[in-house]
Design a protein around this ligand. Structure first.
Ligand code: ZN
Length: 227
């Protein structure tokens, strides 16, 4: 996390690394693949800023904690304070758009869910949010028409489109801001399309958002002795 700064259009921006507000179950096909009920309202959770790492670096996964899944998600960098905001305020607060991973310790999450306990240990651990640099939203056009792709070792694993979100980007920001104030430097992850799966040490990953953002990285084991 220490080397990581928010970058928009190639420029480092003077914003703190904030929290990451995530939405679960925002694509119906992904809800079905994990046998979850389709939610009637957005399912929200938070990763702290210690979860953020740059996708320009190798990904370090805590293999001693069990199976770690990739979830590839379009992300939003917030540039203005949003509290109980309107759709118009939400729209003008999006400073950048990126792509990242919501890394999930799936076995641990299943155990926590089965015990009706919170997910944090499975979702919010150090390094659980590898993130691309951002581009201005005007470089992408309609945020509900973005292709989200992940290749794992040259195999296409996730190939979704933001058109299929259950809660769309702007209503999602409005909803989030009713619970959590969004501050400049905070991120919002907009949910994963279907195709999530386990990571293995040595995997090569390629993330792509609509042909505009490309990131390549590889997967290493997090060595507790080096922490
Ligand atoms: Zn997710």
């Amino acid at each position: 996390m220490r080397e990581y700064h928010h970058v928009v259009d190639g420029q480092t921006v003077d914003l703190p690394l904030g929290k990451v507000v995530c939405v679960g179950r925002n694509y119906a096909a992904h809800v079905r693949e994990l046998n979850n009920p389709v939610p009637t309202e957005p399912v929200l959770f938070i990763k702290p800023n210690t979860a953020l790492v740059s996708l320009a670096q190798p990904i370090m996964i805590p293999i001693h904690l069990g199976v770690c899944h990739f979830e590839t998600e379009m992300s939003l960098l917030i540039g203005e304070r949003l509290i109980d905001c309107t759709e118009k305020q939400a729209e003008s607060a999006i400073l950048g758009v990126g792509i990242g991973l919501d890394l999930t310790l799936r076995d641990l999450q299943t155990r926590l869910k089965d015990s009706s306990l919170p997910w944090e240990k499975a979702k919010a651990f150090d390094g659980s949010c590898p993130m691309s640099a951002f581009v201005s939203p005007d470089k992408l056009g309609d945020l509900q028409c973005q292709q989200i792709q992940l290749h794992q070792n040259q195999q296409l694993r996730q190939d979704g489109n933001s058109a299929d979100m259950l809660t769309r980007v702007i209503p999602l920001l409005v909803y989030i801001s009713q619970f959590f104030t969004l501050l400049p430097g905070d991120l919002v992850l907009t949910g994963t399309p279907e195709g999530v799966g386990p990571l293995a040490v040595g995997d090569e990953l390629e993330l792509c958002l609509s042909g505009v953002i490309h990131c390549k990285t590889e997967v290493f084991a997090k060595n507790k002795a080096l922490l």
